[in-house]
Design a protein around this ligand. Structure first.
Ligand code: NCD
Length: 317
């Protein structure tokens, strides 16, 4: 390991399941480490995770999260074993429990990255996992590494993580990335969150309750255009079709709050547009060429942030 990598200062937690596993010093250490990873180029010369194996176990579809975790592990010199459709391509199809699968996989790998459609699945898995486990999304629960890469992106693009006006738009009920990010942004002073969603997709009371306890300013707003006019960061999200009970319910809300050329005219010049991706029609493709469109840069940042997370978890064992 190169001397220039900053070692995280806080005591290592064994698992990363939700934002509550990340206190502010640890968040700051991980962001600094990610920045070192980015500065060093994509493959640190000394391959610090050589000889370690990461298992990526995905019961739900993924492009960015799985590929960036796997690329991160390979770039750190480690190796990867994976199942991309664990619901059908693992013994889950024979009825094996998640807990048993994790016990077994933890005997083969040094780290587990898990994505699962049920809220709380990562916490259940972490309870029995013999090795560090990262939640790569548990249904409409949390997605802590996405929240970290979102913070990394905001810091890089806006120069700070405090005293920002952040507008979150779209599916704030089922969208786990917005839920996790709101909780991390609330750790920094002076941030103002404006939440734009139809009533059916309002941010859940569980997260609101935690936000209220931090004292962060939260405001609900129906009109994205009005909210955008005062934003530093516009965080757009996909309506999570797969979590709706019926197509009719999805169709009723699918076209709310689009980011298009007209919306971009309302957005301040210094502001950025983020999206965890994949995007459907909630951001018009004409927006992509606007320098304020940060979502592809954001996705790329996932590599460095996941390198930092893997390094931190692997070195803590
Ligand atoms: C998100 C997810 O899976 O929660 N994607 C991602 O990880 N970048 C967002 C989404 O699927 O809409």
């Amino acid at each position: 390991m190169s001397d220039s990598l900053v070692a995280p200062t806080a005591a290592p937690a064994r698992h990363l399941v939700s934002p509550s596993d990340l206190d502010l010093p640890l968040v700051e250490s991980l962001l600094a480490l990610a920045s070192d990873m980015e500065r060093q180029g994509q493959s640190p010369a000394q391959a610090p995770l050589r000889g370690r194996i990461m298992a990526s176990v995905f019961y739900e579809p993924s492009t960015r999260t799985r590929f960036s975790f796997e690329a991160a592990m390979l770039r750190l010199g480690g190796q990867v074993i994976s199942v991309e459709s664990a619901a059908t391509g693992s013994s889950a199809a024979k009825g094996e429990s998640l807990e048993d699968a994790v016990r077994i996989i933890g005997g083969y790998a040094d780290l587990i990255v898990l994505r699962h459609p049920e809220i709380g699945a990562a916490e259940r898995a972490a309870r029995v996992s013999p090795v560090p486990l990262v939640n790569a999304g548990d249904g409409a629960g949390h997605h802590p590494t996405q929240a970290l890469l979102d913070l990394y992106t905001i810091k890089k693009e806006c120069g700070r993580l405090d005293h920002l006006r952040i507008v979150m738009s779209g599916d704030l009920k089922f969208g786990r990335t917005a839920r996790s990010l709101a909780l991390l942004l609330a750790r920094y002073p002076g941030n103002q969150l404006t939440l734009v969603s139809p009533d059916e997709l309002r941010l859940g009371e569980d997260v609101r309750h935690q936000l209220h306890r931090t004292g962060v300013s939260i405001r609900d707003e129906r009109d994205l255009s009005a909210a955008a006019a005062g934003a530093d960061v516009l965080y757009q999200t996909r309506i999570q079709r797969e979590r709706f009970a019926s197509v009719t319910e999805y169709d009723q809300v699918r076209s709310v709050s689009r980011v298009d050329a007209a919306l971009m005219r309302r957005l301040p010049e210094h502001a950025i547009v983020m999206h965890p991706l994949p995007r459907l029609d909630e951001i018009d493709e004409s927006v992509d060429s606007d320098p304020r469109a940060a979502y592809f840069r954001q996705a790329r940042n996932g590599l460095f942030v996941r390198m930092a997370v893997l390094y931190w978890l692997a070195m803590g064992t």
